[in-house]
Design a protein around this ligand. Structure first.
Ligand SMILES: C[S@@+](CC[C@H](N)C(=O)[O-])C[C@H]1O[C@@H](n2cnc3c(N)ncnc32)[C@H](O)[C@@H]1O
Length: 273
């Protein structure tokens, strides 16, 4: 377990993933009934963009640092306002979600790494509707489903430290969907090969999920830094049961994100029964 999200926080992939998260939560809030957000791989909640880790990769410079100079309406505007949490800081998914929740909603954020989970607890200390679990996100997830509210959003955002994680993440999504078929699920994945990404998404689409949206973002590969592997240049998000309007939100956001980040975003339904 060597992965630390501090090296990547606020990069192009975080921007796209967090935009979709903000859109999904905004749509869920259109109904009064409360809902649960379950973040299986929470990270530390708040990232210091001036830290040694963030400076070493500089990844946020081709992500949130560029987008923050743009102005946006709708979901993009809401995301940018939430992202401006404090100078040189970037909020992770549990903090972004928690900042949007109402008194009737709640968050469960799971994080396996003890140091990251302690930081997450600290970042979410002001919020009494946030529960932080130090443990394995995949195991904890099934025990939390279906949520008593019968309304919920699950973000599965693993580190993909090895290739087996694709299978683990896909199995977790499919098992969770079996238990709670009406939930909204977001599964993030890195794209190193288009063929492998298509196969991964196809495998999930073959499990009888009726509504499945795929959103990809790709940037021009940044120059490799000595001693580090090939930098990530593309990532995707599979969204099961996206709330009505999320796809249009993402298309609208793409009109600003693409030129700001010199990126390409694609939004496509893999199943829409
Ligand atoms: C990509 S980061 C999460 C980023 C976060 N979701 C966000 O968007 O701000 C993945 C996190 O998962 C944690 N992790 C790794 N394996 C885990 C597991 N089995 N269960 C829960 N957390 C895990 C890592 O320590 C890391 O903090």
């Amino acid at each position: 377990m060597n992965y630390r999200h501090s090296f990547h926080a606020g990069n192009f992939a975080d921007v796209a993933k967090h935009l979709a998260l903000v859109s999904a939560i905004a749509h869920l809030k259109k109904k009064d009934k409360g809902f649960a957000v379950i973040d299986t791989h929470g990270g530390r909640g708040l990232y210091d963009l001036s830290s040694r880790e963030a400076k070493r990769t500089g990844e946020h410079e081709s992500g949130i640092a560029k987008l923050a100079k743009a102005s946006g309406e709708g979901v993009l505007g809401e995301y940018l306002a939430l992202a401006r949490v404090a100078p040189d800081r970037y909020p992770g998914s549990p903090l972004l979600a928690m900042k949007m929740l109402r008194p009737q909603d709640r968050l469960v954020a799971i994080e396996k790494h003890p140091e990251e989970s302690a930081e997450l607890r600290h970042a979410l200390r002001p919020y009494d509707r946030a529960r932080i679990v130090e443990g394995d996100g995949y195991k904890e997830l099934l025990a939390l489903l279906p949520p008593p509210e019968r309304r919920g959003l699950v973000l599965i955002d693993p580190p993909y430290e090895d290739d087996k994680e694709f299978a683990h993440a896909a199995q977790a999504l499919i098992a969770a969907h079996r238990r709670f078929a009406t939930g909204v699920y977001m599964l993030w994945f890195p794209i190193k090969s288009e063929a492998a990404a298509n196969a991964f998404c196809g495998e999930i689409a073959n499990h009888g999920i009726e509504k499945l949206l795929r959103m990809d973002i790709a940037i021009k590969p940044p120059p490799a830094k000595p001693g580090r592997g090939e930098p990530l240049a593309a990532a995707g998000l599979l969204i099961v049961n996206p709330p009505f309007g999320l796809d249009d939100d993402m298309r609208a956001a793409a009109l600003v994100v693409e030129p700001a980040l010199d990126a390409r975003m694609t939004i496509a339904w893999l199943a829409n029964a």
